[in-house]
Design a protein around this ligand. Structure first.
Ligand SMILES: NC(=O)c1ccc[n+]([C@@H]2O[C@H](COP(=O)([O-])OP(=O)(O)OC[C@H]3O[C@@H](n4cnc5c(N)ncnc54)[C@H](O)[C@@H]3O)[C@@H](O)[C@H]2O)c1
Length: 331
């Protein structure tokens, strides 16, 4: 299945058809890629879905493909970022469908450049869309969910870049790491209201991933409908956007009521629970530390625990071409 060809009906096997009956969801950035699959999956599970995208035509296409198959959807073209946009989105969901249960903050852009070549505009645009856009959409949703008094679901979208750090993404990586911190903070603030807050860390072949040079060959193969090899689907947790959607549907469901404050990855065949930052080792110096004391403690006790930056090593995609492995598997 190539990207953006999935339909609402394709998700009925992967998500229970009545899992979200009677619920109302907003998915931001749902005109293509992952967000499109989230909207289709939530609709297939019975939810009425507000399909937001900055690109009006793609939001309309996704909403009409849902309604054409008997689902409920409304397209709202708007650029996520400002609070007023988020409040209008919530208002449109509530005035059209009567309530709001689920907010998926998926809208996102990349403006990659190494820091010393990155413009202030590219830094601001990424922070505005991802970090501020997540905060404004969450804030607007929570205002309504709290007054509704029946709990709710905030499903935020992180990235491996935010979990590990990522060369050339000094705007995107901290925005995504900030979203995980936001998820932890909101999970505490909203526990009493029965509103769960989790961060999904997706990995999938989309227009966004296709720009990553190391994935060029897998992206081309995927675009032509060639199945990705096991090294992609497992070691790189990289499949299609449809592979991630069942996690969104489950977190949105009543079944996941007890799950909050978590960062959960899904991509290809691999489901991952991420750890949160924690204290690795501590040392106490009665009366306080001197610089020389810190230097000694570092070399004697801390240095061996120093943490790496960047993604854990994975098999080289060039050694696992999609075409030859899928031909092998057919033969
Ligand atoms: N694809 C991956 O492997 C991957 C990995 C980690 C995280 N993510 C995250 O998942 C989300 C979706 O990524 P994708 O790969 O589907 O990207 P994509 O580029 O294919 O789709 C993003 C969609 O968001 C829309 N959009 C962008 N800015 C917007 C705004 N301000 N308001 C409304 N809509 C906006 C775009 O028009 C587009 O339709 C993003 O938050 C991304 O950071 C993706």
């Amino acid at each position: 299945m190539t990207q953006d060809t999935q339909t609402y009906a394709d998700f009925s096997d992967r998500v229970g058809e009545s899992l979200l009956q009677g619920k109302v969801a907003i998915v931001t950035g749902a005109g293509r890629g992952l967000g499109r699959c989230y909207a289709l999956a939530l609709a297939a599970a019975g939810a009425a879905v507000v399909v937001n995208d900055a690109d009006e035509a793609s939001a309309e296409e996704v909403a009409s493909s849902i309604t054409a198959e008997g689902g409920q959807a409304l397209a709202v073209a708007a650029r996520i970022g400002p609070l007023a946009v988020a409040q209008d989105l919530v208002h449109q969901a509530v005035s059209t469908f009567g309530r709001l249960d689920i907010m998926v903050t998926n809208a996102g852009i990349l403006r990659d450049r190494v820091t010393w070549k990155m413009s202030e505009e590219d830094f601001d645009a990424v922070i505005e869309t991802h970090l501020k856009g997540t905060w404004t959409c969450g804030r607007a949703a929570v205002e309504h969910m709290r007054s509704q008094g029946e709990g709710g679901r905030l499903i935020l979208i992180g990235s491996p870049a935010g979990q590990f750090g990522s060369f050339g993404q000094s705007n995107y990586a901290p925005a995504k790491a900030g979203i995980v911190a936001l998820g932890r903070t909101w999970s505490m603030e909203l526990a009493r209201d029965g509103i769960t807050v989790n961060v999904v860390v997706p990995t999938a072949m989309t227009a966004m991933t296709a720009t990553i040079p190391v994935y060029k060959e897998w992206a081309e193969a995927y675009e032509q409908g060639v199945a990705l090899p096991q090294a992609a689907r497992q070691d790189h947790a990289l499949g299609g956007p449809e592979d991630v959607a069942p996690l969104i549907a489950w977190l949105a469901s009543d079944d996941a009521q007890g799950v909050t404050g978590q960062a959960i990855g899904l991509g290809g065949d691999r489901l991952t629970l991420y750890s949160h930052p924690g204290e690795l080792i501590t040392a106490d110096e009665p009366g306080g530390w001197s610089t020389a004391g810190i230097a000694r403690a570092w070399s004697e006790r801390f240095a061996s625990h120093a943490q790496p930056s960047g993604m854990p090593p994975k098999p080289d995609p060039r050694e696992h071409p999609a075409a030859s492995e899928s031909q092998n598997s057919q033969g």
